[in-house]
Design a protein around this ligand. Structure first.
Ligand code: ACO
Length: 360
């Protein structure tokens, strides 16, 4: 990766003398955390927007969107709803499911790339909503955020004397240009949360997490931070919105998720036939099908929700877990392979054993 030239405050170019190290592929993390998911809950905004509604304002069609992405409809947050509101509703649902009082939580981690604000983080807002003052912070690994979060919040839970809450929450429709048919059709809003509790017999892991930040503009919202602050000129040019090179993202998603999931299976000493359910990041039904095919996943073992949720980034995997549980596809002892991919680039996979109840 080349180190970019930097512009000094007087406008002159400053060449960095730092030599960028050659990229090194991450080793798979063999850690298996003695942690169980003891509660699961979701919140989806009430309003849904189907492809026909989008086709009224965009040069697109239900047929194009279904064929190219698998999406039929998505949930959109109400104007007064922000990410922390979605996260709080999901948190309450997960706590109720676990039978845990918020006062017993030891930490709250919110995986999101669409926080309410750049600061403060969304975590403390959720904690305040729950009426607690525990450590609470955000984790941004874009669509891989929930899988990264399982590693981080799982590690916290493994050594805590109480449960830790991990929430994936996004309001992606807020950072998408509603007039850009290349992105506006893809994203939805929502949140889902898990309660993680230390449990001697449980196993969360191994993990395969990685990143490649050498080409950030492949998928980014340029004028949202300190590199190119949101000046009036940049806002007028729409640089605050998410843009991506869809084809490049697609290829990386299939390659990285497949490699990452394979690494986890190998580190765990199991094969794809040992996986009861695959829950991949819901970015595109064709990406999910491509990964499932390359993994050799037996038919019917990939849980798909993108048709109803669209791409909800860090919320997509936990929303799919809730959906799988609620539709009876997750039963006690089931081994679940999780894989995600997102902006950064980031990617991550892990294995978890479903300890919870089956809902018929
Ligand atoms: N409706 C109709 N036509 C469209 C639309 C649309 N909504 N969008 C694009 N097209 C057109 C294009 O203009 C192009 O037309 P042309 O051939 O005349 O130039 C044609 O359809 C094909 O466009 P492609 O971009 O090549 O279409 P593709 O099959 O690659 O699908 C898509 C595009 C759905 C975006 C796909 O590339 C994709 O899913 N990429 C991955 C997206 C993803 O996973 N993103 C993760 C981001 S999440 C995060 O980290 C926050």
């Amino acid at each position: 990766m080349a180190v970019p030239a930097m512009t000094a405050t007087d406008g002159t170019l400053v060449r960095s003398t730092t030599v960028a190290p050659a990229a090194v592929a991450p080793a798979t993390d063999p850690t298996v955390l003695p942690v169980a998911i003891t509660g699961l809950g979701a919140y989806l905004p009430a309003r849904t927007v189907d492809n026909d509604e989008l086709s009224r304002t965009l040069d697109t069609s239900d047929a194009w969107i279904r064929t190219r992405t698998g999406i039929a409809t998505r949930h959109v947050a109400a104007p007064e709803e922000a990410t922390s509101d979605l996260a709080l509703a999901a948190a309450r649902a997960a706590l109720a499911d676990a039978g845990v009082d918020a006062a017993d939580l030891r930490a709250i981690v919110v995986a999101t790339c669409t926080p309410d604000h750049l600061l403060p983080a969304t975590g403390p807002l959720v904690a305040a909503g729950l009426g607690v003052e525990v450590p609470a912070f955000d984790l941004n690994a874009a669509c891989s955020g929930f899988v990264y979060g399982l590693r981080v919040a799982g590690a916290l839970a493994a050594t805590a004397d109480g449960p830790v809450l991990l929430i994936g929450a996004e309001a992606l429709t807020r950072i998408v240009d509603a007039g850009d048919r290349g992105t506006a059709i893809l994203f939805g809003d929502g949140a889902a949360a898990v309660v993680l509790t230390a449990h001697a017999g449980a196993g969360l892991g191994p993990f395969d997490l990685g990143s490649d930040g050498s080409d950030p503009s492949m998928l980014w919202a340029a004028a949202t931070g300190t590199r190119s602050p949101a000046t009036p000129a940049r806002l007028a040019a729409g640089e605050q919105y998410l843009t991506m090179r869809g084809g490049d993202v697609y290829r990386h998603a299939v390659t990285r998720m497949t490699a990452s999931a394979t690494a986890v299976l190998s580190a765990a000493g199991v094969t794809i036939d040992d996986v009861d359910l695959f829950v991949g990041h819901q970015a595109n039904a064709r990406i999910l099908a491509g990964v499932a095919e390359r993994l050799g996943l037996p038919a019917g073992r990939s849980h798909v929700t993108i048709d109803r949720h669209g791409n909800t980034s860090a919320a997509s995997v936990p929303l799919a877990l809730v959906d799988a549980r609620d539709t009876g596809r997750l039963g006690p002892g089931d081994r679940v392979l999780v894989a995600a991919f997102g902006a950064g680039l980031t990617w991550g996979s892990t294995l978890l054993t479903w300890e919870g109840r089956r809902r018929e």
